[in-house]
Structure formats: C-alpha cells, structure tokens
Design a protein around this ligand. Structure first.
Ligand SMILES: Cc1ncc(COP(=O)(O)O)c(C=O)c1O
Length: 412
C-alpha cells in the first residue's frame, strides 16, 4: 500500500486520488466469495520472505536442488530449434510428447494402464483442484476430505460452496468407517485425499487402505480424487500402489512437476476417465485456453535429455536427511511433550503440541523469536487444528533446522 503522506509529485498525486477512489468503492462480489477462507498462504509467503526468520512454515521445494543449468540448456535448445512453435498458442490438452512421458512413467513405474489420451497438462496441479471443483460441485453438494487435509484444496473447493465432510487421517489412511459412510450414506460427489506423504501430516495410506478405498468407491457414484503431488518423493524411492489401480473408473489422479523439477514452471497434470477429461477440457479451455506451452516443451526436453531418476535421488536424499534431523531434534524435546509424525517421504510433517498450547500462539511467539511454524487450523475444514503445527523440511538447511528447532524448543 502507498504511504500517502510522503507523496509530492503530480503523477503520484493522481495515483493517490485513484487509490482513494478504490478504497471508497463497495464492490458487489459474488456471495460465494464470502465462503472462501481467508488466504493463509498469502500471510505465509510474507513470513517466508523475511530473512531473519527461520521458516518451517512454507511449502517450497529446495531452490538449491532445481537443476537450473539443465533447464537452461533445454530452454536454449527449444528456442533455437522450435522457438516459433513453442511461442505460439497450442491446444488445451497439452503437449503430446509430455503427456506420453507421463503415461509411460505410470505404466513402467506403477503398472497402471495409463495413456496420453486421458492425461491433460495443467498450470500446476492446483489448477486441477479448481477445475474439478468447477465441474463437479454444485452449491451444498457434499464432498469429503482428510482431517487434517491440504489447505489449498479446502480453499479451492470452498469457492464452489460445498458441504465439506472430513474424516480423520490416521497413521494408515483415512478412518475407513467414516470414509465408507461418506460414500454410502452421504453420497459424496468425491473424496479428496493424498495417499502419499500427505500434506500436512506426511503420513501415507497403507496398501490395505488403498485397496479398501478402491473397493468402496468402485461401482459407487462417488469418486476418489487422488492427489499425488509427492508420490515421487519416497525416501526409499520405491513406488506405492495408487488407489487408481483398484478402481480406475472412479478415480481422478493429479500429479505435479513442482516438487520434483521446478514449481515456477507451473506444470502439473490430471489423469481421469475419458468422460471426465472431456468435460475438464471444456472448463480448462474457458479458464486459460492452455497451459504455458513454452514451459511444457522445455520440461519435455529436460526430462528426455537428463536422468530424471538420478535427479530425484539427489532431491530425496536431502529431504530424507532433513526430515530425520528434524525428527531427532523434536524427539529431544520430549520434555515439552511434543509429538510428531514420521513421514516416509514428501516435504512435511506435523507436530502435536503439549496440552493447552495453542498453535496460533506458538506461531505468533515464533515470529517474534525468529522461527516460523504453520498453525494446524487452516488444515481443518471445520473446527480443530490448534493443537498441532505443520513443519516443512524441504526448503531449509541442516544449520537452519538445528537453530530453528533450538529457538522452537526455547519458546516451548
Ligand atoms: C498436496 C498438494 N497438492 C497440490 C499442490 C499444488 O501444487 P502445484 O500447483 O505446484 O502442482 C500442492 C502445493 O503445495 C500440494 O501440497
């Protein structure tokens, strides 16, 4: 915001007048915007950019692990060899060779009968959340989500005014009785879940839970939205069986290159049954015509010219070390009564706070003392979450984890 008192020159005077006009307007926003939770992410990004604060609150991958040189070479190659095409408009579906790369990886890595035909490229997998919300949710429709669940999904779906029903996220997946009830009694349109290294808890569904979920949604009118943003970040590099395998006709899958290659490219994908893809295309075209074509081509070139698996191995090794260190230091804090989850991959874990301690208070005290943690509240579609915090271990260093945990321990 401008500091009006310091404005002296005439152009700035005009800007000031305009701003005063803006501020006196009452815009008639759609009622659905009142249901949108206040964006916690905005506040978060503000905190993440203050260099004096050691932040475990954000959700970024480690910038040092982005292969800038490799991406630069791929960009140069694309621009040199097919620049005019890459800078043109393209089709909504996305770049076919990139979709084929994704399909082939699904087939080879997970044994899923994937084909480029039912894969679409999106501007980050966050866009899938919005479009799936748009094409499926009518006002007051029931949908399901994990409790705690990904706050970006809660934000995206809330704009379409559903009734959000949550099911506790246990060590081995969502509470199965609760899940089944949502499908059979509430007839939810879909359940949104993250079977691999969930955001925020870092927990994963067991094989049995995946199979059971497939069995419950298969043949029902409900869908399972399988967000696999972190699936490639398993510390042991081993693939986990997707729910998709057990009920492909009832599962929408999304994936992302944000956590593995570079989030700034904004490239993710959706894989879904053809009928859903066809409706998805209509909504995607209305939203943005197509995803950034230049980045799609650069990414495709990058994936073909570099050893993607070797790159993932480097990324995962750093995240694994960071995660273990953070867990060890949290274990040393047992005096304060703190508990934590034990992720097998991904970028996040959650810590349960000692009785009576509020995560909001810890957030505020943390900021004053140079360490940021993310309160659990925005991860709950209803009440709850003030007794836990989310900790990010990907975008930090060994030194910062030690110092940050030290500061946290003192505050506790
Ligand atoms: C679980 C989950 N899904 C989706 C996204 C969106 O990521 P992107 O749009 O960069 O693919 C995120 C981002 O942090 C996430 O944590």
């Amino acid at each position: 915001m401008y500091s009006f008192s310091e404005i002296t020159d005439p152009v700035a005077e005009k800007v000031k007048e305009t701003w005063i006009k803006y501020l006196s307007m009452e815009y008639r926003f759609a009622a659905r915007m009142r249901n949108a939770p206040e964006s916690f992410l905005k506040k978060l990004f503000a905190v993440s950019s203050d260099p004096s604060i050691i932040s475990f609150a954000g959700g970024l991958p480690d910038s040092n692990l982005i292969d800038v040189a490799g991406i630069r070479d791929s960009a140069a190659c694309v621009l040199e060899e097919e620049g005019r095409e890459a800078l043109q408009y393209t089709t909504t579906e996305g770049y076919l060779p990139l979709r084929e790369f994704i399909a082939e990886r699904y087939r080879n890595r997970l044994g899923i009968a994937a084909s480029a035909e039912n894969i679409r490229i999106v501007n980050g997998s966050q866009q899938c959340l919005d479009i799936i919300g748009k094409i499926f949710i009518e006002k007051n429709d029931r949908i399901g989500i994990e409790r705690p669940g990904y706050l970006g999904a809660i934000e995206a779906f809330s704009l379409y005014e559903p009734v959000i029903k949550s099911v506790d996220m246990n060590e081995s997946g969502p509470d199965m009785e609760g899940f089944e009830k949502l499908v059979t009694d509430d007839k939810i349109k879909f359940f949104y879940g993250i079977p691999n290294f969930q955001n925020p808890t870092g927990r994963s569904y067991s094989y049995d839970a995946r199979k059971q979920i497939g069995g419950i949604v298969g043949g029902s009118g409900s869908l399972f939205y399988e967000d696999d943003a972190f699936g490639e970040l398993a510390f042991d590099l081993k693939p986990r069986m997707p729910v998709n395998k057990f009920a492909p006709e009832n599962v929408i899958t999304s994936g992302s290159f944000s956590k593995t290659v570079a989030p700034g490219m904004r490239i993710g994908w959706i894989m879904a049954p053809p009928e859903i893809i066809s409706v998805f295309d209509t909504a995607k075209q209305a939203a943005d015509l197509h995803s950034n074509f230049l980045c799609q081509k650069i990414l495709d070139q990058y994936l073909r010219n570099n050893d993607y698996d070797a790159h993932l191995k480097r990324v995962v090794s750093v995240y694994h070390d960071n995660c273990m260190l953070m867990q060890d230091l949290l274990d040393d804090m047992t005096v304060a009564g703190i508990t934590h989850t034990s992720p097998e991959g991904g970028m996040f874990m959650t810590a349960g706070l000692p009785k009576g301690l509020s995560s909001m208070k810890l957030f505020e005290d943390g900021i004053k003392n140079g360490v940021a943690v993310l309160p659990g509240i925005p991860f709950y579609a209803g009440d709850g979450g003030d007794d836990m915090i989310r900790l990010n271990f990907s975008n930090t260093s060994e030194e910062n984890i030690k110092e940050g945990m030290n500061r946290l321990s003192e505050i506790l």
